[in-house]
Design a protein around this ligand. Sequence first.
Ligand SMILES: Cc1cc2nc3c(=O)[nH]c(=O)nc-3n(C[C@H](O)[C@H](O)[C@H](O)COP(=O)(O)OP(=O)(O)OC[C@H]3O[C@@H](n4cnc5c(N)ncnc54)[C@H](O)[C@@H]3O)c2cc1C
Length: 410
Amino acid sequence: MQTRKIIVIGGGAAGFFAAIAAAEINPHVQVTLLEASRKPLAKVLISGGGRCNVTHACFEPALLALNYPRGGKALRGAFTRFQAKDTIAWFKQRGVKLKTEADGRMFPVTDNSQTIADCLMETARVAGVDVRIGTPVVQVKPTDSNFAVILKSAEVLECDRLLLATGSNPIGYKIAQDLGHLLQPPVPSLFTFNIPEPKLRKLAGVSLNSAHLRLSVSGITPLEQIGPLLITHWGVSGPAVLKLSAWGARILHDSNYQATLTINWLPEFNQEQLRQQLLTVKNTSGKRAIALHRGVNLPHRLWQYILERAAIDTDTRWAEVSKSTLNKLITELSQGEYLIHGKGVFKDEFVTCGGVSLKQINFKTMESRVIPRVHFAGEILDIDGITGGFNFQSAWTTGYLAGLAMGDIA
Ligand SMILES: Cc1cc2nc3c(=O)[nH]c(=O)nc-3n(C[C@H](O)[C@H](O)[C@H](O)COP(=O)(O)OP(=O)(O)OC[C@H]3O[C@@H](n4cnc5c(N)ncnc54)[C@H](O)[C@@H]3O)c2cc1C
């Protein structure tokens, strides 16, 4: 019997997971993984600030799927077949223990992404995957019964089944399009917001455990998030901002990253509670200077800045605060408006929104509905998650399912 040949294009998280799954489920298939660069798993190595946030401690498929601005619906079923719990077990079986941090992110106990890359490389070797580095693919041509994979070197390889796991690489997108697939235009996700307000930027380093953010782009229903916020030298960052950037990735791109961010610095209060809180301070500490006696739990520098925005003189005593001044202060504390002009970089993680249209993929097998025996996995698809290990989880899940389906061709 002739040996079936599988080619995986792309040596990232998704490509390795798929190649290993195919080789492990069926030792009779020949799996070749083609990686353009000399350094496979490059993103795994730089991920999570060098620690690799492998997955997230969320073990309910339906809940896990809620963390994907694009692709959540399609992933829901896929997660019933391979989810975060399976990722943990997969790595454990191969000698890598993961730990959970307070916010649910999971990392190798070594806190070193090299552990993950080494595990994938070694598992691929043991499973008999032929990993070819420095091997860019430039084109794929379907033939009568198989595929011709054309390398930059002009060498042509043949296979029965093909996986495209080229991440956000434009050549990968082009190969997918040439094979008849639709592409949702790729745009960045997971970024920080630039706010050109020098006085805010001077507060760089100030962080809050919880702020409520509302992102408004004209003509579109505002997006909201609540969570930790960090003021930076360029504007704002932190989990709440990164999540908003993910959910708003496309509208922000379309608005050229011009939007309004409304910040409620004290989400624990509604407006009336906040008013009562401030009135109590006014009544009980009337003689004290407003700048020094805050009355609400905000970092001192931030409080001073908010007073300035509300045009309140720092020498003002609480007793001197008029009704209209109090209203201005409440507005600044609970719905201060900041103009976003451009986006910044979040170094720990970023990802592409857009990619191969999910309508054309069968999520049980990750096989194309357009061209049989071509599979897709990872970031090349129109899937992206918020920050926290969700992007790798979708790469592991889609890679694993694609690998199983490709290997299962006795
Ligand atoms: C700085 C940074 C940090 C991140 N940290 C995290 C994190 O901690 N947790 C998390 O969940 N996500 C993180 N992400 C996102 C995560 O890295 C991606 O979602 C994930 O790597 C996608 O995996 P992939 O295999 O689909 O694509 P990739 O990892 O991009 O792999 C694709 C591979 O295909 C190769 N390739 C492309 N075109 C060709 C071609 N024509 N021929 C041959 N090979 C080709 C590329 O060289 C590459 O090696 C981070 C991303 C970045 C940029």
